[in-house]
Design a protein around this ligand. Sequence first.
Ligand SMILES: [Zn+2]
Ligand SMILES: [Zn+2]
Ligand SMILES: [Zn+2]
Ligand SMILES: [Zn+2]
Length: 445
Amino acid sequence: MANDIAATKDGRRMKSAGGKVREGREPCVRCLRTTYAIGKVTPYGPACNACSPYFSKGGVCAHCGKESRWLSKVLRLGIDQPICPACQRLDHGNCALCRRNRLLYDDGAGRLLCKRCLTKGTVACRTCGKPSPAGRGGECDDCYWNRLLSKRIDIAAVVFDRKENAEIFRAFGEWLREDAGAHPAAIKINRYFEFFLEMWSSGENIPDATTLLKHFSAGLLRKNFQPLRFLEEKGLVKITATDRMEVTERKRIKEIMAQSAETGSAHIFMIRYHDRLTERMREGVTGLSSVRLALSPALALLKTAIMNGRELPCQEDLLEYLGTAPGQRAAVSGFVCLLRDEFGAELALPSVKSLRCKIARRRPENRLDLERELMELMRSVDKSEKDRRKLVELSLRYFHRIPARMARKMAVEDQLVEIDGGDMAVLSGKKHYWLPKQLYYVTSF
Ligand SMILES: [Zn+2]
Ligand SMILES: [Zn+2]
Ligand SMILES: [Zn+2]
Ligand SMILES: [Zn+2]
């Protein structure tokens, strides 16, 4: 590409100056370097060697057919046409011993190894003397991660102004090494470092539990579970069970509201309900757990309505929801009242007695029964359309543990398609639910 001929804007043809790395050139049009070897003279000015592919038209990879600007020949692969970067690394992969991504060779015993591991096998680790794959460069896995962790602790500890804080952080690093192992510790230490930085950014010392819980969101505290455990173990922070529960509940409520936000305009009902519950909490009538316990069935009811194509739930949705969760009658009652009073929904809670009948009728799915029913149906010779549908329904329940009501719906509404190897699958949404081949032969759909 170095001596490519490029056309200028006005159609003149220019030859690339080509070749040597020189200082003080006109800046490369792409990277603005001034010390480089000219790769190509483009209509916009000269481009360096590294940037020149960006101005070439590229071509088609001779191996996979994808278009690329970075085609090049790799005679090693026995393909004498230019190929794309992905195909150029066809004979690369992770070495079975050192796990580095390198050019691989067969060692004759079915293992694919990098050149170093193939020729040198294992060598003694320079730190601990244990044998380690040669491809790892003379240092074993353990020593590598231990060294990396120590280095990261050292670098991070310098940032803390106060000596005590740096000491606490160092102690935490060592504690983590013991607790989680050097490898996970080395990977996570920098993330935890941010927690310490944040914690000490506001006050002088370690803040008390209430400030800590208030300062950090529930998600952040969950992510920084390890530092908190350390601080607690060392007696630096005392977080009571109540504090912890409060954080968890707040997190759950947040999750419920986030899920509700995905329901679109029905979210407004949840916001209103959330407000009302928070008000009651402020008055001291309910606690945080009760708020969460009221919000989750409310969301479930909304979802049922949305599944049925409605935003504001109607009586039918309520009955359907309570049919699946009869125990939630009391929990959902507050939401039902709100929908009725403020949004004009026509809803009436069914009596406890009628729901009790439903509970009695509902039995846990007996897999043996299901199996028997499935086998019987598979054996029967003359199958009506209804039988076939039943067969699909039972298979979905048996193999995929899909609830009966949903399986029935899927057997009717969703497509049965053939997938690889002659197996069948039910296509529901974008998901395939595989059904066994035998079913196909016996039933001949
Ligand atoms: Zn450049
Ligand atoms: Zn290719
Ligand atoms: Zn290797
Ligand atoms: Zn070692």
